[in-house]
Design a protein around this ligand. Structure first.
Ligand code: ATP
Length: 407
């Protein structure tokens, strides 16, 4: 059977993945067999998410009626019902529903009615609390089909430590990244000297290591000393796979969806208040603004080197009329030029303008020229892919260390 759960947490605490890890242990204690524990990230632009829009799926062998009861009891015990935005959903189905619903939940917006329709058609057991919105993520999780997948080991805290400052050895985290990158990533941000894998929110997660496979994340995890940890769970995930991206065309982008979109830089990048960098790209008919926000740190240095005429592929979510960059390909570089008055070949002096449209004249010998001297400005920017640093990376964004995008 497939068990899906979503929307059990609030900014004050809890985490759906923790609840899933606790449930997995309870089901194992009831002699059920755990085949897969999956963590899916859904559309990062849904505004009612708590943090990273995660939902979980457990693939289990056992009695579905009993599993449904234990799952509902676990949600009632652990979910943070006090928060208005916490609307849990639990689903149990014998078989995977059409993965089209999962794809829609990752790339677009879904309704609770759509989810319920799918669950009814599948003859699934399900329960939604409060406004039942969690049924969307729970249904998407059991419908998920991962064409690309990664692993994350989430190490949780002992419950008595929830809300207290976390103790994780900083040097170990940097050493683990150094020893296992690029097979693991986003443990730390080397360039910005920042730990990325330890959250600052009051949830049960102590730290999480992301990587290509269970063995790589376990290897990195084995290098990290910390406060006495609680349970840990290795999840199969769609994180770091670009599962949220659609092919986009300027002028046809929809609010709240994420795209890769090709265009030509239409104006010099401008740095606004707060250090956010904006520039426009165009195709033959329309333009769209691209943004590299301040948290994208050194990525903005690359963006600021763009000049009109450069061809780029902008990748990111379309929000409030802008593509918020997650990564970018510089496809080709324009050859910007400046023109200035030519030199007089006889006197080796620079000529001066002889009036608008009249060319240039040497003040000393009176020689004339009709063409200016044209200089190509040299560029330090290189063609290729650039990405935001680990501190600014979205869960779904595929890091370049996993390979360059095919689009
Ligand atoms: P955490 O990462 O800590 O689990 P969260 O960020 O996942 O928290 P939730 O509390 O799960 O946030 O809230 C997300 C809500 O949005 C859920 O109710 C989920 O069912 C719903 N949801 C997810 N994807 C979509 C979508 N594409 N369209 C509409 N609703 C969605």
């Amino acid at each position: 059977m497939l068990i899906g759960i979503d929307d059990t947490d609030s900014p004050q605490g809890m985490c759906t993945t923790y609840l899933g890890a606790v449930l997995a242990r309870r089901l194992i204690r009831e002699h059920m067999r755990m085949r897969v524990a999956r963590l899916v990230r859904l559309n990062p632009n849904v505004t009612w998410k708590t943090r990273g829009n995660a939902a979980i799926m457990l693939d289990v062998e056992g009695d579905p009626g009993r599993a449904f009861t234990v799952a509902c009891e676990t949600v009632e015990e652990l979910a943070d019902f006090s928060c208005e935005n916490t609307n849990p959903g639990v689903v149990v189905a014998d078989a995977r529903p059409d993965p089209a619903f999962y794809r829609k939940a990752v790339m677009d917006f879904c309704t609770t009615e759509e989810a319920v329709g799918i669950l009814d058609a599948a003859g699934a057991r399900y329960h939604g609390w409060k406004n039942r919105r969690g049924l969307i993520g729970a249904t998407a999780a059991i419908a998920s089909e991962l064409v690309d997948r990664t692993s994350e080991i989430l190490v949780y805290r002992q419950p008595e430590r929830f809300g207290m400052p976390r103790e994780v050895n900083r040097e170990n985290l940097f050493a683990a990244e150094e020893a296992t990158f690029p097979h693991t990533w986003d443990t730390v941000d080397m360039a910005n000297d920042v730990v990325v894998c330890v959250p600052h929110t009051p949830d049960p997660v102590l730290f999480g290591i992301r990587g290509e496979s269970p063995s790589w994340v376990l290897m990195a995890r084995s290098m990290i000393e910390s406060e006495p940890p609680g349970i840990s769970q290795i999840w199969v995930t769609n994180q770091g796979t670009d599962a949220h991206l659609l092919a986009g065309k300027i002028g046809e982008l929809r609010e709240g969806l994420s795209y890769h979109v090709k265009g030509t830089v239409a104006g010099l990048p401008v740095t606004g208040t707060g250090g956010h960098v904006a520039f426009a790209i165009r195709d033959s008919e329309q333009t769209v603004q691209c943004m590299a926000y301040e948290p994208t740190k050194n990525f903005r240095f690359i963006v600021r080197e763009l000049v009109p005429g450069d061809e780029v592929i902008a990748v990111g979510s379309y929000k409030k009329g802008s593509v918020n960059l997650e990564k970018m390909k510089v496809v080709s570089l324009a050859k910007p030029v400046i023109s200035r008055p030519p030199m007089c070949t006889a006197c080796n002096k620079r000529m001066t303008s002889d009036g608008k449209g009249k060319g240039w004249k040497c003040k000393k010998c009176g020689a004339r020229a009709t063409e200016p001297e044209v200089l190509e400005i040299s560029r330090t920017l290189k063609t290729g892919w650039y990405e935001v640093p680990p501190t600014a990376r979205r869960h779904l964004a595929k890091p370049l260390c996993r390979g360059e995008p095919a689009f």
